[in-house]
Design a protein around this ligand. Structure first.
Ligand SMILES: NC(=O)c1ccc[n+]([C@@H]2O[C@H](COP(=O)([O-])OP(=O)(O)OC[C@H]3O[C@@H](n4cnc5c(N)ncnc54)[C@H](O)[C@@H]3O)[C@@H](O)[C@H]2O)c1
Ligand SMILES: [Zn+2]
Length: 361
């Protein structure tokens, strides 16, 4: 079956995002035809390679892949150094194409290595988690963490191609899969009631990795991200709506030292908080707020927050880069599928919303 194709326009030129179950079986030929070769180096993680090497081994032209560890803790300049060393030792040159096969951690760190090695070589993103397929692999943001903060070191480096084979998601842990679904819900809230309804109405099929159900929500999500980054590559305005749920979400991740929540889980709470805030201001209709709460509950359990204090979370929000000139801006829903920006959100409003999630004072 032909994959779904979505084109992203970037300042550096357009690139396609291909989506479909079984896509990896034809990717090698597609890269050949697109002039992405002749030399290709596959970079992945031991986990992803072990699970999917039969399909992945056809992609690179080197005898062996480069494997680097992929937890969030490995998303460092040191790991990028391992990638550089492997590339130098195999005499990679400016025409070498790098293939980043893995979750968002691999995509971001290998993308950054590609952005900087020899001042930039082409990269093909092969995302293997739901989160990476619908979000991280598209848009050209690459980078690594610094001990003092997440994603502080990075570069814009749009891929030459993104290839999302939804069949690889079958091996993903249920919790990782669910965390990715919350980002899909985010796209529904910010841009598409149809996508939101589809997640609600096909939840069992999605968890069963039904091919049609999965391809439909992954492609709808990619289309939304592609549209937004095409018109606002460097996040001046429109791209900000992608941050729906992320102000509180990032703070929850930070106060728990990135140990308790998967990113999508923290975003689920963040969306609930943003929605409650919007409802309290009369911007988010009660119906939309209720629909979001119901869908997040339907997708499954979230880690507990009752031991966290609202005060701590508010302090963490103060350190977030989304505080513009001292005032806090919040993306809020004006319905399922549309947003507005709330400005001058106060600590008191935030506290009420956080306590509504079950946090203590
Ligand atoms: N660049 C961007 O625009 C952007 C956007 C969103 C998130 N991100 C980044 O993405 C990262 C999170 O990505 P993630 O959620 O994919 O996490 P991840 O890359 O850590 O992957 C999660 C886990 O899934 C495993 N895994 C990957 N593919 C698998 C598969 N097919 N089957 C079984 N296991 C598999 C990995 O080994 C890992 O243990 C964060 O670092 C975040 O900053 C970047
Ligand atoms: Zn996110």
């Amino acid at each position: 079956m032909e994959p779904i194709r979505i084109d992203v326009t970037a300042a550096a030129g357009a690139y396609p995002v291909l989506i479909g179950a079984g896509l990896l079986d034809t990717l090698r030929d597609r890269m050949d035809r697109a002039g992405l070769g002749p030399r290709r180096v596959l970079i992945s993680s031991p986990t992803v390679w072990d699970l999917h090497h039969p399909q992945l081994r056809t992609l690179g032209t080197e005898p062996k892949p480069v494997l680097v560890p992929d937890g969030e803790r490995s998303k460092t300049v040191q790991t990028v150094g391992i990638v550089y060393e492997a590339l130098i030792k195999m005499h990679a040159d400016r025409s070498t194409v790098i293939i980043a096969a893995g979750g968002g951690v691999i995509g971001d760190l290998v993308g950054f290595a590609a952005a900087t090695f020899l001042r930039g070589v082409r990269v093909v993103q092969v995302p293997t988690t739901l989160l990476a397929q619908v979000d991280a692999a598209i848009g050209g943001k690459t980078g690594v963490n610094h001990p003092l903060g997440k994603n502080l070191i990075g570069a814009f480096h749009p891929p030459a191609l993104v290839a999302a084979d939804t069949s690889v998601l079958a091996t993903l842990a249920r919790r990782e899969f669910r965390a990715g679904l919350y980002e899909v819900v985010k796209y529904g809230v910010i841009a598409s009631a149809a996508l939101f309804d589809r997640v609600r109405d096909t939840t069992p099929a999605l968890f069963a990795h039904d091919r049609n159900a999965l391809d439909a929500v992954v492609s709808a999500s990619c289309r939304i991200k592609a549209q937004i980054v095409s018109s606002d590559e460097r996040e001046s305005g429109l791209r900000r709506i992608l941050n729906f749920g992320h102000t509180v979400g990032h703070a929850l991740e930070a106060v728990t030292k990135y140990r308790r929540f998967l990113h999508g889980e923290a975003i689920a709470y963040g969306m609930l908080a943003a929605s409650a805030l919007g409802a309290a201001r009369g911007v988010t209709p009660a119906q939309a707020n209720d629909a979001l709460r119901a869908l997040i509950a339907q997708l499954g359990p979230l880690p507990a927050v009752s031991d966290l204090s609202a005060r701590e979370v508010i302090a963490a929000i103060g350190h977030d880069k989304k505080v513009i000139a001292g005032t806090l801006h919040f993306v809020a829903a004006t319905g399922i599928g549309s947003t507005t920006i709330l400005s001058d959100v106060t600590e008191k409003e935030l506290k009420t919303a956080l306590k509504g999630l079950g946090l203590k004072s």
